[in-house]
Each structure stands twice: as C-alpha cells, then as structure tokens.
Write a protein that binds this ligand. Structure first.
Ligand code: CTP
Length: 385
C-alpha cells in the first residue's frame, strides 16, 4: 500500500496527524481507485477531529491557500496536480446534496458505514503509527475482487439517506462492469420513486457517466429493469416494445438504440456523438404507423426527432449550445447516407449532403455505421410498472 502513497503530500498529512495527535485517513474513491488501477487526482481525507483546522495546518506547511466551506464542515486545497478535500469523521450520511449542517465527531467506522458502497468505504491510515494500513470493515476489497456493488448497511437505509445513490449504483456497475448484488438491486427498485427529490443536474451527471462507460447498454438495461428509466427519461422508455399487426412486427427500438449506442461507443468517447445515438430514433414511437400491405413505417422520424432534441436537452438540463445543435443535426441527417447508398447516386445529392453535414460529416458517418444493426430482436419482457 505504501507504494501508492509516494506523493510527498501524504508524508506531510501524516506528519500533521502526528503533531496534532489526531487520526487521519485517505478514504473513498481514491482508495477504491488504487485497487482498480485507476490513478486518481482527487483525494478525500477524513480526520477524527476538526477537518478544517487540520486542512489549515497542512496548507500552512505546503504554503498553499485553503478554501473553507464552513456550512459543509469541509476544506479543500490544491497541491501540484492533486485536489485534496478534508472533513471531520461524520456520523451522518455523505449525501451528495447535503445542505444540513453535518454531524461530526463520529468514529472512523461511523463514517465508513454511512458511505454509499463497500468499495467506496475503504480507508488507509495516515497517522505515523499506522501509516499505510488498510481499514476495510465491510469487505470492500473482496467486493472489488468479485466485482460487486454492495451497500455497507441495509440497502433501504443507504439509499434513503441519499436517493442519488440508486443512480450511482447503476453508474458504477456500468462504468466498472460490476454486478449489483441482489439485496442492493431490490433496494434500488423499492426506492426508485424517490429519485424525484434529486436535482436534475445530479441525475444527468450520473446519466452522462453511464453514457460514457465502455458498454453503456449495461447501465441502460439496469435503469430499465429497476423502473428508473421511465422516471428519469420516459421518452427513451417509450422506445421499448414491439407491436404486431397481421403477423408483422417491427424491431424493438429500445434494444436497437442500445445496440447503436454500444456500437458508436466502440469508436468514440465523445459524449455528444453517444447522445446522438441515443436520440437518433427517439421520434419513432410518435411517427409509427401501420400501412396495410406495406407494414410498419416511421416516416419523418428524423425530422420530428431533430425537433424534439432542444426540449429533451432542456428537460435533462443538458447544454443548449452548439453541442445540442450537433446532436440535432446528426439526428436530422442520420438516414441520408444510407438512403444515398440505396439510390442511384447523383452528384448533386452527395454535394447536398456534404454541404448540410459540413464539418460534421465524419461524425455522421460514425453514427450511420453504428446504426447498422443486423439482428432483429423481439423482446417479450414485462415492462416494469
Ligand atoms: N459518497 C457517498 N454518497 C454519495 C456520494 C459520495 O457515500 N451520494 C462518498 C463515497 O464514499 C465516495 C466519496 O463520498 O467514494 C466521494 O464521492 P465522489 O467524489 O462523488 O465520488 P467518487 O466515489 O470519488 O467517484 P467519482 O469520482 O467517479 O464520482
């Protein structure tokens, strides 16, 4: 463990803990990321005492300013490439939107058990007498090895402490390709409705992290199966399902969209291209018609979808800037290259498309390639109520 504490800042925090006679621990995401081999620049330090006074002492030694957030009982400093946050051990939950004054003077274990997941409750001692010792009371290391998202307490308690954690569970599962343990999954389903009290910005932040994960369909399937998707993004839920008339069905647009999203995610880490995959067929439910003798059609879904983009972005509190315009353009044009390839190509049609796509022609081609999904799936799963 000590080899992961090579940065000189840890020695200084350790010396301060020794001088002040208080215990200090690196905790949370930083420790988790050591075991996941994902070096992290954000370090949380928990102090069994006054976190702000401790931070000020460290800041003085390092000769850097300390930002104090009195209401939150936290203090932050930047040193070289690191951002370090200090807090006194808490008896209360680490809510992501805590406005309540925090209750300090907890023990380390009080602090650890009020955290969201066992993998985020690991601590490393920094006091000189125990420097580098790992404290893992809830089996977080075992859960990292088993790739498991589990809550330290009864899931009902952990999730009702902060309902954003139901999104975080799914985000970590998707980001790290971990499984959510059965009890936690039941806890998510039981608490899903409470997501309504969480701000849209925080929900969208987690949603974007799901979208940026290596295989985003993992997260979206969990959102769907737990009943969260219909609460946070009902238009996407509406893509789900297959209608059959006269023995003719159409493809399930939800699973098709997830395939397109996974496909594009193999070629780009750009959040907005991934959003264009999510939204490319968003107007299919609204434009769906059954034409006797012909079958299912979705005429004009690309135009209607493009018109829906600004409202969707506004509702989800995504930026209403050129990123939104890019997504709108890609949704609008997503059928054009395929149509071109199926018709006799005229120079003027190619020129028109190149003109309309402009600098985004490469992005459009990525979306079109991702949109070629061969398997047609008919899913008969029950829609969560
Ligand atoms: N935490 C929590 N409940 C929350 C948010 C955070 O218990 N709703 C705790 C966890 O111990 C977490 C730590 O606070 O590890 C730091 O939170 P944050 O910086 O938001 O997340 P990380 O776990 O560091 O992960 P990431 O940086 O990927 O968001």
């Amino acid at each position: 463990m000590i080899q992961h504490l090579q940065h000189p800042v840890f020695k200084i925090i350790s010396a301060t803990a020794g001088q002040q006679g208080v215990d200090a621990y690196a905790i949370g995401g930083f420790v988790r990321d050591i075991y996941l081999n994902r070096p992290s620049k954000d370090i949380d330090i928990v102090v069994l005492g006054n976190g702000i006074a401790f931070a000020e002492a460290v800041g003085k030694t390092l000769k850097v300013p300390v930002s104090v957030f009195k209401n939150f009982g936290t203090a932050m400093l930047k040193y070289q490439d690191l951002e370090i946050e200090f807090v006194g051990a808490r008896k209360e939950s680490y809510r992501s939107d805590s406005r309540k004054p925090i209750v300090e003077n907890g023990t380390l274990e009080d602090d650890q058990k009020r955290r969201d997941f066992t993998i985020n409750a690991l601590a490393i001692a920094l006091h000189p007498s125990r420097y580098g010792q790992l404290i893992d009371p809830f089996g977080g290391i075992q859960d990292i090895e088993s790739k498991l998202i589990r809550t330290p307490l009864d899931p009902a308690e952990t999730f009702s402490d902060d309902p954003l954690r139901i999104m975080r569970a799914i985000r970590f599962a998707s980001q790290l390709i971990f499984t959510i343990d059965d009890a936690a999954l039941e806890g998510i389903k039981a608490t899903a409705e409470r997501i309504k009290i969480v701000s849209q910005e925080r929900i969208t932040d987690e949603l974007n992290k799901i979208i940026l994960s290596p295989k985003p369909s993992i997260g979206f399937k969990l959102l769907f199966d737990t009943g969260l998707l219909k609460l946070i993004f009902p238009l996407m839920q509406d893509l789900y399902g297959v209608e059959i008339i006269n023995g003719k069905g159409h493809k399930d647009n939800f699973y098709h969209t997830l395939e397109v999203l996974d496909n594009i995610s193999q070629t780009t880490d750009d959040l907005w291209l991934r959003w264009s995959a999510i939204l490319h067929d968003i107007a299919k439910p609204a434009t769906k018609r059954f034409e006797p003798g012909h079958g299912w059609t979705f005429h004009g879904h690309e135009d209607r979808g493009a018109r829906m983009v600004p409202k969707i972005f506004a509702q989800l509190k995504l930026p209403l800037n050129e990123k939104m315009k890019l997504v709108q353009k890609l949704v609008q044009l997503h059928l054009r290259p395929i149509v071109l390839s199926q018709e006799t190509i005229t120079d003027s049609a190619v020129r028109r498309l190149l003109f309309e796509a402009g600098d985004d022609i490469e992005s459009l081609m990525l979306l079109c390639k991702a949109d070629i999904t061969t398997k047609k799936r008919v899913q008969n799963k029950k829609v969560p109520q």
